[in-house]
Design a protein around this ligand. Structure first.
Ligand code: FAD
Length: 451
């Protein structure tokens, strides 16, 4: 039986689209080749935070130990943690399948092989089957990138998916790539006891973040004993008798029990015959979408695979928006407003809107106001006083907020509201913040002198 909507990919983009469609009574089929929840649930957002959550108390206690208010040792049990994570992911996948079933979505466990305008071929088991529909939402996501000479062998050289299942903490871990994926995983293994060597081609770690944020992170990780090398290029990376061996172009060599490759993501668009639809595919396969998130007149393309924003909440927003567009609820171009991004751990970061460098490049009348976390009572209580909150004002309105420090990811939602509404200094003055909270670090930055 033909469906109205045929959705491919059960990650945040596809799953949330399917649930939004079912809510509207749209006859929906969802195809998933592996696990419901996609990268987010199985190899991304959720398992990484599960691991970081398990060592959060260690980070907290480190602060207390430094203040001589605690002592002693707590031992992480990695096999028990990995087993608990596995059970949690399995239970969540089950709950998702049950929710789809209850909502009336047809779930097909199969792999899309060829996409067409109104019919597609999916392999179910070993059998190719043809599915017909009015419109398709392609939400096939992304996978870890590999570059020539920089490939995971899934033994000593691991990608971000492999490393989540390690049952033994490596004594030493080389991390290639200092974006948020590399930094979050390095934080976990550092707290679990690995000696970290971090290698990044860009001149600074967290290169997409504001310069002051990336500097504060660098200092914080140095204090944790990490060996950090930025602005370096790799000449060779190999598995040498079960250990990772890395050689830089300047001749320096590093060895470690394991190496994590965190060098970006690639779109899952290979071999789907998208060209037959007239869809435009850029670079490594990122699918071009128009202002209505469409790759062709009958196919929406949402989430990581279109390369717009590689974050789960952006994927969900696009999936749900495509359904609303299909249902005729909206017709204006997709304009999501500022999309917050966070890095988790201890310390954390948050960023929303336009950062200082971009605002200056765009020729805005820019003013910056800041607060230091050292003055915040909650940061003080936790013995984690490094970091800052930075506000970017353009033409007298708040256009961006970023922060680094203890728990600052929790400032992202309020920051997003204020930036998306373009609050003025006067509006911020009239707003009451609860005391004592980390939010007051944002308040202090908003009300601090802007220059
Ligand atoms: P995916 O989640 O990749 O889902 C795509 C689905 O499509 C998969 O289930 C796949 O099996 C399926 N599929 C692919 N091809 C086919 C086919 N041919 N036929 C059938 N099915 C197919 N984002 C955040 O916002 N916050 C975070 O804290 C965060 N942490 C992360 C940590 C790590 C280590 C990683 C790797 C990513 C993290 N992300 C985070 C990014 C986030 O996981 C992705 O942005 C998000 O999962 C993208 O959702 P998606 O639905 O577009 O794709």
């Amino acid at each position: 039986m033909p469906s109205d909507l045929f959705i491919v990919g059960g990650g945040p983009a596809g799953y949330d689209a399917a649930m939004a469609a079912a809510k509207r009574g749209i006859k929906t089929t969802l195809v998933e080749k592996e696990h419901l929840g996609g990268s987010c649930l199985n190899w991304g957002c959720i398992p990484t935070k599960f691991l970081l959550g398990a060592v959060a108390s260690l980070a907290e206690l480190e602060g207390q130990v430094k203040m001589k208010t605690a002592s002693g040792q707590i031992q992480l049990d990695l096999p028990a943690l990995v087993d608990r994570k596995k059970r949690h992911l399995e239970a969540t996948r089950k709950a998702m399948a049950a929710a789809l079933d209850k909502a009336g979505v047809q779930l097909v466990r199969g792999e899309l092989k060829m996409i067409g305008a109104v019919k597609s071929v999916v392999t179910v088991g070993d059998e190719p089957q043809v599915f017909e529909y009015k419109r398709c939402i392609l939400a096939t996501g992304s996978r870890p990138a590999a570059h020539p000479g920089l490939k995971a062998d899934h033994d000593a050289i691991l990608n971000s998916g492999d490393i989540l299942s390690l049952r033994e903490v490596p004594k030493s871990l080389l991390v290639v790539g200092a974006g948020f994926i590399g930094l979050e995983l390095a934080q976990f293994f550092s707290r679990a006891g690995s000696a970290i060597t971090l290698v990044e081609a860009a001149p600074r770690i967290a290169p997409s973040e504001d310069e002051e944020v990336s500097k504060a992170l660098h200092q914080s990780f140095k204090r944790m004993g990490w060996d950090i090398h930025t602005g370096v290029r790799i000449a060779a990376l190999e598995n040498a008798a079960g250990r990772a061996r890395l050689v830089l172009e300047d001749g320096r060599e590093f060895g470690a029990d394991k190496c994590l490759l965190a060098v970006g993501r690639l779109p899952n668009s290979r071999n789907l015959m998208l060209e037959m639809l007239g869809a435009e595919v850029k670079g490594a396969g990122w699918v071009h979408t128009d202002e209505h998130l469409m790759a062709s007149p009958t196919v929406y393309c949402v989430g990581d695979v279109n390369g717009r924003t590689l974050l789960a909440h952006a994927a969900s927003s696009q999936g749900e928006w495509a359904v609303r567009h299909f249902a005729g609820e909206l017709s204006d171009p997709y304009e999501p407003g500022p999309i917050p991004g966070c890095m988790y751990g201890a310390p954390e970061t948050m960023r929303v809107g336009i950062m200082e460098a971009q605002a200056r490049e765009e020729g805005m009348d820019v003013k910056i106001s800041r607060s230091q976390m050292v003055a915040n009572p909650i940061a003080q209580a936790h013995g984690a006083t490094g970091g800052l909150v930075k506000c970017v004002w353009g033409e007298g309105r708040l256009v961006g907020v970023t922060a680094v420090g203890h728990g600052v990811a929790s400032l992202a939602t309020l920051g997003t509201v204020l930036v998306s509404q373009g609050w003025t200094h006067k509006q911020c003055e009239e707003f009451i913040f609860p005391h004592p909270t980390l939010d007051e670090a944002l308040k202090a930055a908003l009300l601090g002198p802007a220059a």
